[in-house]
Design a protein around this ligand. Structure first.
Ligand code: F6R
Length: 613
């Protein structure tokens, strides 16, 4: 949450910072701001999107600064308004600071500084950090600036990614990380800092990821990274593989639509080099280091949040069904606080698109502290979760920028299929022949998704009829149950319609009371072995005048003939059906949201990458 960018070099800092903010806007978009040094410190900030800020910032070659930091905000403390926007400044107006995270002891810091005569103007936690750091720099002239900053931040508890500039030190940007991601983009005679690689990809393909407790001093041609004990570190410079095409809309009106339509390619990329149709073998290089732990595990725990938690549920069905290993799925936020029973014999898989979700990261650390082996299924290369897990598999689906997750979900399910098949083979739960058959079915998935996307107009027509429905119910059984949850989540997050996903049989235990002629019920009936049961559930809905929209496989006439509206997806193995049935649900939510005039890529109150609790 919150995007941070900074630039130091010879180019126009305002232009680069604004561009970076635009690229990171999906991390938070209730207000934005920029601070530059050009003689003195100049700050411009306002409520609203980056385009509002852009109107206020002059990008003029004569007056341009060559050092600046910027921020796009997702409010935690204090409503989104001009005053609460970042950057925040110290009392003397020398230090400007932007922050991602939550400062837990900000009230006590504030009280202490107020007793020193320092006045506060905002309701934010961040202002306390800005005031404190400037105050310590001023009161300890005997210390080099970075030492004073370190001393100040040692008094701060909570989570932070900080970037700051100071008018007495116009040759440097300082950044510090604890709990919120930050990286340095290393250029020729210029450096960038950002919370997200997409903001620096246009300028450099060399990045350095900061680790917990590290502080970096960045000037235009060098950087120095110190750990919490002030020891200078040798940091590895990573190659960033990210094309501009991947982070631009490429002619689509929204990133979400682009990402939905990319899925035939992203799933193919996810499988590439990992499956062998001749031998039935699965190769997952990232698992090798700890594969024996996975194979020997008596049970596997999967922890995640949101859409990734829905993938985890599909993973439970997959691993139990194919590999016959018991799986427990946990909300990462519950797992971390519930005193879980976990030890060195256990295996935890964490799933995260961003690789930065605070609760998922905490679940990972908790499991590691208990001696368990932790695997990651992550999209963002080099993210914290990817770096802290013992082993893992990347999705290779490219940057996901639409706040509503789409291609990451299908990428996660694809990776879980591969893991389940690999485990099943290693444990002798399936033969190579069966694996070959399944791999063949998996290879056909991208083409089948393309076939669904080619009929997206049909889903648009259905969406047009239900745009103003106040509620939706989504029902599914077995593999289609997590898809029902995911369909409901997509609809509520981008169109603000209340929607619930339920296991179809559970409907009778409560939600059936909601059904009347106003209630669209989306039935996902793509798993052959439960279709008869779904027919009975549909009859129960129809008897109460509920309106059935069904997603079926092409040959499922029993359900389609009973439905008011039907969208069919190609036949596949039951365990692969989520990869197909979720696509029309993504389209349904997208078209409904567009019809309602919602901002699909930046839905209210949400942000990609939830780095706070
Ligand atoms: C829903 C969505 C969120 C995320 C959740 C976890 O469309 O995007 O529910 O799935 O915040 O995020 P990651 O996967 O980055 O850990």
């Amino acid at each position: 949450m919150c995007g941070i960018i900074g630039y130091i070099g010879q180019k126009k800092a305002e232009e680069i910072v604004l561009k970076g903010l635009k690229r990171m806007e999906y991390r938070g978009y209730d207000s934005a701001g920029i601070a530059t040094l050009n003689g003195g410190l100049s700050i411009i900030k306002c409520k609203g999107k980056v385009r509002e800020l852009k109107k206020l910032v002059k990008v003029d070659s004569k007056e341009s600064a060559q050092i600046g930091i910027g921020h796009t905000r997702w409010a935690t403390h204090g409503e989104p308004n001009d005053i609460n926007s970042h950057p925040h400044v110290g009392k003397l107006g020398k230090l400007a600071l932007v922050h991602n995270g939550i400062i837990e002891n900000y009230t006590s810091i504030k009280k202490k500084l107020e007793s020193e005569g320092i006045e506060f103007y905002s309701e934010t936690d961040t202002e306390a950090a800005a005031k404190l750091i400037e105050f310590v720099i001023e009161s300890r002239p005997d210390l080099p600036m970075e030492k004073a900053v370190q001393l100040a931040i040692s008094q701060i508890t909570g989570a932070y990614g900080f970037a700051m500039i100071h008018s007495d030190y116009p040759d440097r940007i300082l950044v510090a990380r604890k709990g919120s991601p930050l990286l340095i983009g290393v250029g020729e005679g210029e450096m960038l800092i950002a919370s997200d690689a997409s903001a620096v990809a246009e300028y450099t393909d060399k990045v350095v990821y900061l680790d917990e407790g590290e502080l970096a001093v960045i000037s235009k041609d060098k950087f120095q990274v110190l750990d919490a004990n002030d020891v200078e570190l040798e940091k590895e410079v990573h190659e960033l593989v990210m094309s501009l095409e991947e982070i631009e809309k490429g002619g689509y009106p929204y990133f979400m639509l682009k990402e939905i339509f990319e899925q035939p390619k992203t799933i193919a990329d996810c499988m590439r080099g990992r499956i062998n149709t001749e031998t039935g073998e699965i190769t997952l290089g990232g698992l090798t280091k700890a594969l024996d732990k996975l194979v020997d595990a008596k049970r596997i725990i999967i922890a995640a949040c949101g859409t990734s938690w829905h993938s985890a549920l599909v993973g439970e069905y997959l691993i139990e069904h194919l590999a016959r290993v018991s799986v427990e799925v946990e909300y990462a936020s519950e797992f971390r606080y519930k005193d879980p029973i976990i030890d060195e014999n256990d295996v935890l898989i964490v799933i995260s698109q961003s690789g930065e979700t605070a609760d998922t990261l905490a679940a990972l650390r908790k499991a590691k502290d208990s001696g368990a082996t932790v695997f990651g299924i992550v999209n963002v290369v080099g993210s914290t979760i990817a770096r802290e897990t013992d082993a893992g598999v990347y999705l290779h689906t490219g940057p996901e920028i639409g706040v509503a997750s789409t291609k990451a979900f299908t990428g996660q399910v694809t990776v879980l299929v591969l893991i389940a098949l690999k485990l099943a083979l290693m444990k002798g739960a399936i033969t190579k022949e069966v694996s070959k058959k399944y791999i063949k079915a998996l290879r056909e998935i991208p083409e089948k998704i393309q076939h669904i996307l080619d009929r997206s107009e049909q889903m648009k027509r259905i969406s047009d009829l239900f745009t103003y429905a106040p509620n939706f119910l989504y029902l599914g059984r077995t593999y289609s149950f997590p898809v029902a949850l995911e369909g409901a989540l997509k609809l509520k997050e981008i169109s603000y319609i209340h929607a619930e996903g339920y296991p179809a049989a559970e409907m009778k235990h409560g939600p059936i009371a909601l059904i009347d002629e106003m209630m669209p019920v989306v039935v996902i009936a793509t798993t052959d072995h439960t279709n008869d049961k779904m027919v009975s559930n549909i009859e129960e809905v129809k008897a109460r005048k509920g309106r059935i929209i069904s997603i079926t496989s092409e040959e499922n006439n029993d359900v389609s003939t009973l439905s008011e509206f039907n969208f069919s997806v190609p036949e596949t193995e039951d365990f692969l059906s989520p990869l197909l049935s979720v696509i029309p649900l993504q389209l349904l939510s997208y078209y409904v949201a567009v019809n309602r005039g919602c901002d699909v890529d930046q839905p209210r109150n949400l942000a990609k990458s939830v780095t706070v609790e």
